[in-house]
Design a protein around this ligand. Structure first.
Ligand SMILES: NC(=O)c1ccc[n+]([C@@H]2O[C@H](COP(=O)([O-])OP(=O)(O)OC[C@H]3O[C@@H](n4cnc5c(N)ncnc54)[C@H](O)[C@@H]3O)[C@@H](O)[C@H]2O)c1
Length: 276
């Protein structure tokens, strides 16, 4: 997609972190913005910031794990701006979770937000994007969508699902020479508040089952790693540039892909999970 000016973008989870970076990058290119998020204060802040820069922006409280809420976000977009050209399905949550010991309630929450959110997004927005001459749909996965580390059970499952969803969609779109392109963002560590925000959104704010101490330590260590990570505005620019060039894979830390290569080598050579 080459020409953004005067067109409309929807960003879920667009009020903070990576999504805010995308919102800003797309606004800089002259787009109208619709931001769907759960965080009222963050939405008020981005609305004030961008309205002050002359950007047309609408914010709407939207839980991406609800099909009705996603449909309502799409309806608002069409009512306000007449259509949509760019969609970024970015809202997400993550907590360290043992595949063996995680509570089913946590499994359901993470899969609902991180995987059903993008599935609903594709379902609701692709038909609208297909009405345009030039359009793009992006979803945020993770390096956890390419390789599964331990203690990230449900997150790995959801993020692998997002890669599979977007890859299948892109193949189908290219097969029918659609005007819509799809892409997937697989970030490494980015300096956001995802750990703290996710703890706040966790249903019942349940204490972790088993591995309790271990999990607390892991959350702290993940937060420390993220604080050393890439700036979210830089990721927003990467995504906007990739959309301009209709790229499929968007990696913030491409050298991390060597872990994926190791797994492929093992698959080919001795069928262990990963060769040393
Ligand atoms: N930060 C990282 O290092 C990193 C790495 C890989 C992938 N990601 C992914 O990037 C995306 C953005 O995460 P972030 O790091 O910017 O975190 P963040 O917490 O800063 O931003 C996430 C946004 O999503 C919103 N949100 C959460 N649950 C929601 C729901 N059910 N419906 C609507 N909005 C909801 C939050 O309010 C927040 O504004 C997520 O999908 C995350 O999994 C982040």
């Amino acid at each position: 997609m080459q020409d953004f000016a005067g067109k409309t973008a929807v960003v879920t989870g667009g009020a903070s972190g990576i999504g805010l970076g995308m919102t800003r990058a797309l606004a800089t290119r002259g787009m109208n913005l619709v931001v769907g998020d759960l965080d009222d204060a963050a939405m008020a802040s981005v609305a004030e910031e961008l309205t002050g820069q002359g950007v047309n922006i609408v914010t709407q409280k939207c839980d991406v794990s609800s099909l009705d809420a996603m449909q309502s976000l799409a309806d608002t977009t069409v009512e306000r701006f007449g259509g949509v050209n760019v969609v970024c399905l970015n809202a997400g949550v993550g907590i360290p979770t043992s595949a063996r010991n995680m509570k089913l309630q946590d499994w359901k929450w993470i899969i609902d937000v991180d995987l059903w959110g993008p599935i609903y997004g594709v379902n609701v927005f692709v038909p609208l994007l297909e009405e345009q001459d030039d359009a793009h749909i992006n979803a945020t996965s993770s390096m956890a969508g390419l390789i599964s580390s331990g203690m990230m059970g449900a997150y790995n499952v959801a993020k692998h699902g997002v890669v599979a969803l977007m890859a299948a969609l892109e193949r189908e779109l290219r097969a029918k020479q659609s005007s819509v392109h799809a892409s997937v963002l697989c970030p490494g560590p980015i300096n956001t508040n995802i750990s703290r925000n996710s703890v706040g959104y966790r249903p019942g704010k349940a204490k972790p089952k088993a591995d309790g101490d271990n999990q607390g330590k892991m959350a702290k260590s993940i937060q420390e790693t993220l604080e050393q990570g890439m700036a979210p505005d830089e990721v927003g620019e990467l995504v906007a540039n990739a959309i301009e060039q209709d790229k499929f894979w968007i990696l913030t830390h491409p050298w991390w892909a060597k872990g994926v290569q190791k797994q492929l080598d093992a698959l080919k050579e001795d069928q262990s999970l990963t060769r040393a």
